[in-house]
Design a protein around this ligand. Structure first.
Ligand code: FAD
Length: 252
C-alpha cells in the first residue's frame, strides 16, 4: 500500500462513490476503500425513491439539503449517462402518499398542512382524483398528497454507472479492504490503517454509512449515526399497473 493520494474515501456506497468521482473530476488523486463490494450494503438494498418530503416530519436544514439535492438529480444522471452510457431510469412522475383510514387521514392532513405552509408544490387529491391518476389503486384510498417533483431511480444502475465513472476518472478503487483505524498526528488525520496495510493522504472522508460512528469514535468524534433495520420485497410484474411511487404511513 505505497500510494499517497490527495484524498482517501472510506466506503464505496452511493455516497462514497459520488464524492470520489466528483473530487477526482476536479483533479485530485483519490483512493476509495470498500470493505466488501461497491454498493453491496444499503445502497443496493434501497428502493430508489428520491423523496425528501416523505422522509421528514418537519422543516429544517436537512430537508432543505434533500430538496436541493433532488433538484440537481436530473442533470447529474444526464451527465452520468453521457459519461458511461448507462440510463439510470430516473422517473419524474411524482409520488403519491395515500391515506385509507381515519388515523391515516389525520396524519396525511398534518403533513399536507406543514408542507404547504412551507411553500412546497404539493396537491391534496380526493378519492376521485387519485383514481384518475392511478386507476388501479384501491378505492379505499380516501385522500392522497401528490408531490410532482419527487422522483425515483434504479439505484442498481446508478451504482453501476458510478463505478464506471470512477474508473474513467482514475479513482484508485479498492474492494475487500477494511479500514480498521485512522492515522493521525495530533488533531490532523493523516491516513488510514487497513487490514492490508497503511496509506497516507492529505484528507480522509468517512462515507461508511451505518459504520461511520464506529470509525469516527476511534478518534474521539461522536456522530449520531446508527444502523436502522430496513427490509424490501421485490416482486415481478407482468405489466406495471402503477405509474407513480405510492407511499403509505409507516410505523417510523
Ligand atoms: C431496505 C432499504 C430501502 C431503502 N430505500 C431507500 C429509498 O427508497 N430512498 C432513499 O433515498 N434511501 C433509501 N434507503 C437508504 C439508502 O439506502 C441509504 O441512505 C444510502 O444507500 C446510504 O449510502 P451510503 O453510501 O452512505 O451507505 P452504504 O451503501 O451502506 O455504503 C457504505 C459502505 O461503507 C463500507 N464500509 C463500512 N465500514 C467500512 C470500513 N471500515 N472500511 C471500508 N469500507 C467500509 C460498507 O461496506 C458500505 O459498502 C433504503 C435503505 C434500505 C436498507
Amino acid at each position: 500500500m505505497k500510494r499517497c493520494p490527495d484524498l482517501i474515501v472510506i466506503g464505496g456506497g452511493i455516497i462514497g462513490l459520488s464524492i470520489a468521482t466528483e473530487l477526482a473530476n476536479v483533479g485530485l488523486a483519490v483512493t476509495l476503500i470498500e470493505q466488501g463490494v461497491f454498493g453491496g450494503e444499503a445502497s443496493v438494498a434501497a428502493a430508489g425513491m428520491l423523496a425528501p418530503l416523505k422522509e421528514f416530519t418537519k422543516p429544517g436544514p436537512l430537508l432543505d439539503m434533500g430538496i436541493r439535492s433532488l433538484q440537481m438529480y436530473e442533470n447529474w444522471v444526464l451527465e452520468l449517462k453521457e459519461a458511461t452510457g448507462i440510463d439510470c431510469q430516473l422517473s419524474t412522475a411524482g409520488i403519491l402518499t395515500v391515506a385509507m383510514t381515519d388515523m391515516e387521514e389525520e396524519w396525511l392532513q398534518e403533513r399536507y398542512q406543514w408542507q404547504k405552509s412551507e411553500g412546497y408544490d404539493i396537491q391534496l387529491l380526493s378519492t376521485e382524483e387519485v383514481q384518475e391518476r392511478e386507476p388501479h389503486l384501491s378505492k379505499m384510498v380516501r385522500q392522497a398528497i401528490y408531490s410532482p417533483h419527487e422522483a425515483d431511480i434504479n439505484n442498481r444502475l446508478l451504482l453501476k454507472a458510478l463505478v464506471i465513472q470512477a474508473e474513467k476518472r482514475n479513482v484508485h478503487l479498492l474492494q475487500n479492504t477494511t479500514v480498521i483505524g485512522l492515522k493521525h498526528a495530533g488533531k490532523k488525520i493523516t491516513g488510514v490503517v487497513t487490514d492490508k496495510g497503511e496509506m497516507e493522504a492529505d484528507h480522509v472522508i468517512v462515507a461508511s454509512g451505518a459504520w461511520t460512528a464506529d470509525i469516527l469514535h476511534q478518534v474521539g468524534v461522536d456522530v449520531p449515526v446508527y444502523p436502522v433495520r430496513g427490509q424490501i420485497a421485490a416482486v415481478d410484474s407482468i405489466h406495471l399497473p402503477l405509474s407513480h411511487v405510492v407511499f403509505g404511513k409507516t410505523g417510523i
